[in-house]
Design a protein around this ligand. Structure first.
Ligand code: ZN
Length: 283
C-alpha cells in the first residue's frame, strides 16, 4: 500500500484495480516506436492503466479524491476496458468504511473517475458514500449533459445526476478551497473544466493532477493522450503546472499509473522531464 504524510495530512492510495487502454489512444500523436520503450502492450495493443484514488485524512475530515470505474459499467464497455471494481474492497482492507467519507472530489466525470460515486440498490441508484458531500466543476457537468458525439461514451449519467438531483453533489465554478488545505484548480486540456486537487499542509504541497498528466510516462509537455479534447491547452496547462510544481517541489499524484502513483517531477540537466520516486514515508 502506498501511504505517506504531507504536513498534518495522511495520504493513502486506494486502487480500483488495473484496466486497459488502447496504446495509441493513450499516447495520442506520440509514435509507438517512442512510447513502447516505456510501456509494454498486450496482444491487442493495449496498455495497463491504474485507477488510483487518494484518501486524505486531515485530522478533521476524510476526503476521497476520485472513485475509479465502479461496478455499473455497461457490458459493451466491459469488453473494451474490463471492470476490476476493487476500490471498496481495498478501502475495507485498509479499515475505511464508506460511511466515514466526508467529502468526495471528482476531477471530471469520465466513467473511469467517478464510477463508485453511486451503486445500484434494486432498481435505484444510491450514493456509495452516504454522508459525503461530492464536488465537481459545473462546466464539466454541463459538457457531460450535452452528450457530444466525440466523447459521450465517456459519460455515464447515473454516476452523477442522481447526486446532483438530491443536492449531495456541489457544482463548482472555477478554482476554490474545499476545506482548509484542500483546494481545486482547473487545468483545461483533457476536458475544458478538468480540475486538479491541490493539498497543502505544514509547508508541503501535493497535487492530484488527474488526466492532465495521467502517468509517469506522460510527463513530457507534448506527450498528451488521444482522448484530450484540447491538446494545445494540455501543453499550456502542463507548462503552468510545472512552473509552480517544480520550484516548490510538489508531490505529483498520477491517476492512471499502474506502478507509481506519486513522484516528484523535475527537469534533468538536459531539460528532459524525469521523475524522482518518493523514498521515505514522509513527503
Ligand atoms: Zn478522463
Amino acid at each position: 500500500m502506498h501511504r505517506t504524510t504531507l504536513g498534518d495530512f495522511d495520504l493513502t492510495v486506494f486502487s480500483d484495480g488495473i484496466y486497459h487502454f488502447d496504446g495509441g489512444a493513450f499516447f495520442g500523436v506520440v509514435p509507438k516506436v517512442m512510447w513502447q520503450k516505456k510501456v509494454k502492450v498486450d496482444q491487442d495493443n493495449r496498455v495497463p492503466a491504474g485507477l488510483n484514488s487518494v484518501l486524505v485524512q486531515t485530522g478533521k475530515e476524510i476526503v476521497l479524491i476520485e472513485t475509479g470505474i465502479g461496478n455499473k459499467l455497461p457490458e459493451r464497455m466491459k469488453t473494451f476496458y474490463g471492470q476490476p471494481a476493487e476500490l471498496l474492497d481495498n478501502l475495507s482492507a485498509g479499515g475505511v468504511s464508506p460511511d466515514e467519507i466526508d467529502i468526495v472530489i471528482n476531477t471530471h466525470l469520465h466513467f473511469d473517475h467517478c464510477g463508485w460515486n453511486t451503486v445500484r440498490s434494486g432498481d435505484r441508484i444510491v450514493p456509495t458514500f452516504p454522508r459525503a458531500k461530492y464536488y465537481v466543476q459545473e462546466g464539466e457537468w454541463r459538457h457531460a449533459r450535452r452528450q457530444f458525439e466525440r466523447d459521450r461514451i465517456s459519460y455515464i449519467s447515473e454516476n452523477y445526476d442522481p447526486l446532483i438531483e438530491s443536492g449531495q453533489m456541489a457544482l463548482l465554478k472555477g478554482d476554490g478551497e474545499i476545506v482548509p488545505g484542500i483546494s481545486v484548480r482547473v487545468f483545461p486540456g483533457h476536458t475544458a473544466h478538468m480540475q486538479s486537487v491541490l493539498l497543502a499542509s505544514g509547508g508541503r504541497k501535493a497535487c492530484y493532477i488527474s488526466d492532465l498528466i495521467p502517468t509517469t510516462a506522460h510527463i513530457e509537455l507534448t506527450w498528451g493522450m488521444g482522448f484530450d479534447l484540447y491538446p494545445v491547452d494540455t501543453i499550456e496547462s502542463r507548462k503552468k503546472y510545472y512552473a509552480e510544481s517544480i520550484p516548490e517541489k510538489w508531490l505529483t499524484i498520477f491517476t492512471h499509473d499502474p506502478q507509481l502513483p506519486w513522484a516528484y517531477v523535475k527537469r534533468d540537466t538536459r531539460g528532459k522531464m524525469v521523475t524522482q520516486a518518493l523514498t521515505s514515508s514522509a513527503a
